[in-house]
Design a protein around this ligand. Structure first.
Ligand code: ADP
Ligand code: GN1
Ligand code: MG
Length: 373
C-alpha cells in the first residue's frame, strides 16, 4: 500500500481545499487503487475526496480513458434535468490538478485522478434489501437514458473487446492450452461448463454485429457497488466507475447488474448449495431498470433480458477462470484461489438461472404489462 507521505504529495497536486489530514484505502473495487482523502477546511469543517490510482495495466490508453470521462461527465451534467438535481441525483465530478489537468502522472508513471466524494451514500457490494435493488436499477437505467444521444464514435474503447464474449471464450481456451501455472487440472469441470455454452454465449455479440440489437453508449460495469445509494433514503445518488463507458449494448448493463445483485450469496461466496437466483431481487432490479429505460428498449432487447443475465454471468465466470489460469494478473485477489472461487460461484449462478429462465421471462412480461410498455 502507498505510504501516507507519498499520498500527501500526490494530493498536493490537486486543487483540494483546506489542509491535508488523512488518506485511507477505500471501497472494494477489483481494479483501481482507491483512497478516501480527508481535508480540514476550517476548525469545524472536514471535507472528503476520492483519490484513485488508475490501473494502467488494465487501461492501457489511460490518457484516452480520462478524455472519455471528461467528455461523458460534462455531457451528463448538461443533460441532467433540474428535477433529477432536486432529487439529489449527482454526476460524478472530476477535480482538476493545479495545472488544470484531469490526471497527475507521478515519477513512477502512475496515473492519479480525483473525484468529489459523494457524502452519505454507499456502494453496496451485496444488498439484501430489494428496494435498494429497485433504486439501483432505476439509477443505471436513468444513466443509460441520459446517454442515449451521445455520439458513440467520439469515445475510445478503453478495453478492447471488453464484452466480446466470443473472444473471452477464445482467451479461456488459450489459457487452458498454455496452462502457465499448471492449474488447469484443478478446474476441468469449470472449463467444460464454460465451453459447452459457447454457442449461447455468442448471442449478444452476434446480435450486435447483424444489427438485431442496437449499439448504444453504455456503462459496461454495472456491478451493484458502482451505484452509490443514499444512506438515509436508499435512493440512487450517483453512478460511478466510468472507466468502461463506451459503445456497447443495454443488455450488457442489464445482464451484468443481475449477475452482481440477483444471487442469494455474494460473488465470491463459497457455499454453493445456498446459491440460487433470488426472484424478488430479480424483479426489483428489473422493475427499476424498465421504469427508467423500458420505453427506449427494442422488442429484441426486451426479449433477451433474461438471456443477457445468463450470458454476462457466464462471461464474468470465464474472465475469473482465465485470470486464475494466467496467475491472477487482472482482478485483485484477497485469498488463495480467489478467482477460482469466484468462477465456480458465477457458473453455479448460470446453472441456477438456466433452470429459472421461464420464470425470469414471466417476470419481465408481468412488469411490462404493469408498466404499460
Ligand atoms: P474500481 O474500478 O476499482 O471498482 P471504483 O471507481 O468503482 O473503482 O471505486 C471503488 C469504490 O470507491 C467504489 O465501489 C465506491 O465504494 C468508492 N467510490 C468511488 N468513487 C466514489 C465517490 N465519488 N464518492 C464516494 N465513494 C466513491
Ligand atoms: C471489475 O472494477 P469493479 O470492481 O467495479 C471488472 C468488471 C467485473 C467485476 C467483477 C474494468 O469491476 O468487469 O464484472 O470486477 N471491471 C473491469 O466483480 O474489468
Ligand atoms: Mg467499481
Amino acid at each position: 500500500m502507498e505510504k501516507e507521505e507519498k499520498l500527501k504529495q500526490i494530493c498536493n497536486q490537486f486543487t483540494f481545499k483546506g489542509v491535508f489530514k488523512l488518506a485511507e484505502p477505500y471501497g472494494d473495487g477489483h481494479i483501481n487503487d482507491t483512497f478516501k482523502v480527508t481535508y480540514m477546511v476550517d476548525e469545524k469543517k472536514l471535507t472528503h475526496y476520492i483519490l484513485q490510482r488508475v490501473n494502467h495495466l488494465v487501461f492501457k490508453n489511460t490518457v484516452g480513458l480520462m478524455e472519455n470521462i471528461e467528455h461523458v461527465t460534462s455531457y451528463l451534467n448538461d443533460r441532467i434535468t433540474d428535477e433529477q438535481k432536486t432529487d439529489e441525483y449527482e454526476i460524478l465530478t472530476l477535480i482538476k490538478t493545479n495545472d488544470d489537468q484531469s490526471y497527475f502522472r507521478d515519477d513512477e508513471g502512475n496515473f492519479w485522478r480525483a473525484y468529489v466524494f459523494v457524502e452519505h451514500a454507499t456502494g453496496h457490494t451485496f444488498a439484501e434489501d430489494v428496494n435498494m435493488l429497485y433504486e439501483a436499477g432505476k439509477a443505471f437505467g436513468q444513466f443509460q437514458r441520459l446517454l442515449d444521444e451521445y455520439p458513440a464514435d467520439s469515445l475510445i474503447e478503453t478495453i478492447e473487446g471488453f464484452h466480446n464474449t466470443i473472444w473471452r471464450l477464445e482467451n479461456l481456451k488459450k489459457a487452458v492450452h498454455d496452462d502457465l501455472l499448471q492449474r488447469a487440472y484443478q478446474c476441468s469441470e469449470e472449463i467444460q461448463f464454460a465451453l459447452s455454452r459457447e454457442e449461447m454465449a455468442a448471442t449478444l455479440v452476434r446480435g450486435l454485429k447483424i444489427g438485431a440489437i442496437p449499439l448504444r453508449v453504455t456503462h459496461n460495469d454495472t456491478k451493484i457497488n458502482n451505484v452509490l445509494l443514499d444512506d438515509a433514503t436508499g435512493k440512487g445518488r450517483c453512478v460511478i466507475d466510468l472507466d468502461t463507458v463506451m459503445p456497447g449494448s443495454a443488455l450488457y448493463d442489464y445482464g451484468d447488474a443481475i449477475r452482481s445483485c440477483g444471487s442469494t450469496i455474494a460473488e465470491d461466496g463459497e457455499n454453493l448449495e445456498e446459491l440460487k437466483l433470488n426472484l424478488e431481487k430479480y424483479e426489483a432490479y428489473t422493475k427499476g431498470f424498465l421504469e427508467a429505460m423500458g420505453q427506449t428498449l427494442t422488442a429484441q432487447e426486451i426479449k433477451w433480458l433474461p438471456l443477457a443475465a445468463i450470458i454476462m454471468t457466464l462471461e464474468c465466470g470465464v474472465r475469473f477462470l482465465t485470470d486464475y489460469l494466467e496467475g491472477d494478473r487482472y482482478f485483485k485477489i484477497h485469498k488463495e484461489n480467489h478467482n477460482l472461487i469466484r468462477a465456480k460461484n458465477q457458473f453455479k449462478f448460470v446453472a441456477e438461472m438456466e433452470k429459472q429462465s421461464d420464470t425470469m421471462e414471466e417476470i419481465v412480461d408481468m412488469l411490462l404489462e404493469h408498466l404499460g410498455i
